[in-house]
Ligand binder design. Structure first.
Ligand code: ADP
Length: 635
């Protein structure tokens, strides 16, 4: 072997026949698992023991470990066990702020990826990340301490994320004299708790990571234990591919494959079930049906494909189907909805802003979604429900979500791929939350859009104009109301039908229940957006004068309108100038602390990145500004 080879330790087969070795290695199944437990429970020792005893570690991670622990060993030499463990612990400490450390190892029977995450409460997000792809969780318990708060917390998270295989590894058995009574007592206590949170089954194994008892082989120190050792158990546990195959066929479309006019295929990963030529399928959300004509894979056409495989389907009919849609068995379609109840794990430093629109990624599709105020937050240690207005970093709660269009989905409990989602902030691009769909809200199914005889085109046609929203945004005192008013006057003279929505006026009526917190400002703008939208449906040219300080909400309103109808006008007046004008005396109040959350003083204003129009009020009169806006509207 050269130093370039990816596998550190050779075994007999590699030495004899590298090709045969690689062949078997390639066809081994893979188990992804996560270890949970606090540092003192012996997590590093256990992972070190698994890596050490399995004797196959990939070289790049070995190199990383070597540099951490100075002198773990070199090619061909035995690694020192204690130093290996130190290296793992050191790396995890450094990795805490990054994410999750993934370790790879392999045995004769299987390949493993273990997600190593820090145990403390403030790293919930890391644990959720590590667990989201895991098939199995090893929950470590210190035999001297028994079931702890951490144990309950981690078990709850594991159950929440839907990991179906759980190993309760009762560690440090050597320190309790390999006492069976102690083990039985811990298992009984854990079983009671596990049942209460809906964990139906788990495998309890008494081990000593440090001494190596019941890790690779049955330990002679615990003759009373009749089950298998940990590693053989991990090698044998059935990964869910087979149970998923029994479920109805579902494939989120990743891309449409059209190399030439004769071939149009839909590519994706089979999320559950099986598919073969001749199967009746349905495309969601459109609901159109067709028949599978070919199932194509990298190795050519197939008679059957199963869950977990990457395939391309061709259909007998030319039906519409694009990325993000889901192809399912025609007889058992998925639900389609645009309002859901879901659990959210908040993962961003910036807290959730109820009412704000985020990107929601589910399956292969991304839609815009509004998160409503949480119904409650869960205290993960006690599972109590707490009242809250928002969720901050590492908090877990339940909230309703509305998407801007209908999406096919499955409850998370049934299908992790079609019921699990992430939320992304539209401005920062941070992944702010991981979510799990519980169910669709029934109101989503019962309210249908009323099809009316006189539509928006008719309304606009009668007024002989194109509807639009002139959205004026800027600091208080920048000149929005003044300029908006002149624009409306000029348009009226041109016989245009308009309506001016002004911030102060709306707050006296429609929005009088709202204040100036971030959440209330978001809701204020959402309502104004909806009203403006109805007015454009009525054929009007709407002029709005709202500070609207946040980009997300302005973008949300833009998204509500027909393409091209939203004209963002940035009334650009420097803070000093607006404050100098101080028409309403508000800046003075804000400066003296009498007025809280005032934009520009103690609440931010996010300037538009690329508005349709920017008006520099220090360079022109209000009349000139109004003319410029009208010229943009009616070229
Ligand atoms: P806003 O609606 O943005 O809070 P207002 O329109 O109520 O702002 O107030 C802006 C004030 O600034 C008005 O008194 C207006 O006459 C004055 N002003 C002076 N020069 C300009 C200008 N070039 N553009 C806009 N407003 C100006």
């Amino acid at each position: 072997m050269t130093t370039q080879d990816p596998i550190y330790k050779t075994d007999a087969l590699i030495a004899e026949d590298i090709d045969a070795y690689l062949e078997t290695h390639q066809h081994k199944t893979m188990l992804r698992f996560i270890t949970c437990g606090s540092v003192d429970d012996g997590k590093s020792t256990l992972i070190g023991r698994l890596l050490y005893d399995s004797k196959m570690i990939f070289e790049d991670q070995l190199a990383a470990l070597e540099s951490d622990s100075k002198r773990v060993g070199t090619q061909g030499q035995e690694i020192d066990f204690a130093l290996l463990v130190d290296g793992l612990a050191a790396e995890r400490e450094q990795g805490i702020t990054i994410d999750v450390a993934y370790r790879f190892f392999a045995t004769e029977k299987r390949k493993f990826i273990v997600a190593d995450t820090p145990g403390h409460e403030q790293y919930t997000r890391n644990m959720v990340t590590g667990a989201s792809t895991a098939d199995l969780a090893v929950i470590l318990i210190d035999a001297r301490k028994g079931v702890l708060t951490q144990t309950r917390r981690h078990s709850y998270l594991v159950q929440l994320i839907g990991i179906r295989h759980i190993v309760l590894a009762v560690n440090k058995m050597d320190l309790v004299d390999y006492d069976q009574a102690k083990f039985d007592q811990i298992v009984a206590e854990y079983r009671e708790f596990a049942t209460s949170i809906g964990i139906q089954d788990f495998t309890a194994i008494p081990i000593s990571g440090f001494k190596g008892d019941n890790i690779t082989a049955h330990s002679e120190n615990m003759p009373w234990y009749t089950g298998t050792a940990l590693l053989p158990h991990l090698e044998a546990v059935e990964v869910d591919a087979t149970t998923d195959q029994a479920k109805p066929f579902r494939m989120p479309v990743q891309w449409v494959n059209r190399p030439n006019l004769d071939f149009r295929g839909f590519s994706g990963l089979v999320a559950s079930g099986t598919v073969k030529p001749g199967d009746q399928v349905r495309v969601l959300p459109s609901g159109k049906t067709s028949t599978v004509s070919r199932v194509v894979t990298m190795d050519g056409d197939r008679d059957l494909a199963v869950s977990g495989e990457a395939i391309t389907l061709t259909l007998t009919d030319e039906i519409d189907c694009s990325r993000g849609q889901v192809i399912v068995a025609a007889q058992s379609p998925l639900e389609v909805a645009d309002q859901f109840e879901s659990t959210l794990v908040w993962m961003d430093e910036a807290e959730m802003v109820p009412g704000r629109a985020y990107w929601l990624k589910v399956g292969t599709q991304t839609v815009s979604a509004t998160v409503h105020a949480p119904k409650y937050e869960v205290n993960v240690n006690t599972r109590e429900h707490l009242a809250t207005k928002t969720l901050d970093l590492n908090a877990i709660g339940v909230a309703n979500i509305t998407t801007d269009r209908e999406i096919p989905f499955a409850p998370y409990a049934e299908n992790r791929d079609l019921g699990g989602f992430i939320l992304i902030d539209k401005i920062t691009n941070h992944t702010v939350a991981a979510g799990m769909i519980h169910f669709a809200l029934r109101r989503a199914q019962n309210i249908h859009w009323q099809a009316t005889d006189i539509g928006r085109d008719h309304h606009a046609g009668m007024k002989n104009q194109k509807p639009a929203v002139l959205w004026l945004t800027g600091l208080s005192g920048s000149g929005k109301s003044t300029i908006g008013n002149i624009v409306e006057r000029k348009l009226a003279r041109m016989n245009r039908h308009t309506f001016l929505l002004d911030g102060d006026n709306v707050r006296h009526g429609l929005n009088k229940d709202l204040g100036f917190t971030e959440a209330d400002r978001v809701e204020n703008i959402r309502r104004v957006g909806e009203v403006a939208k109805l007015m454009t449906d009525a054929g009007l040219i709407v002029i709005t004068a709202f500070i609207s300080p946040f980009r997300s909400e302005r973008d949300m309103v833009r998204g509500m309108m027909q393409p091209g109808e939203f004209v963002e006008v940035f009334i650009d007046t420097p803070l000093e100038v607006a404050e100098g004008r101080d028409v309403k005396g508000l800046y003075a109040k804000a400066r003296s602390g009498q007025l809280k959350n005032f934009t520009g003083i103690d609440s931010p204003y996010e300037e538009p990145a690329s508005p349709e129009l920017r008006i520099d009020t220090t360079q022109m009169t209000v009349e000139e500004a109004a003319d410029l806006i009208i010229a943009r509207l009616i070229p």
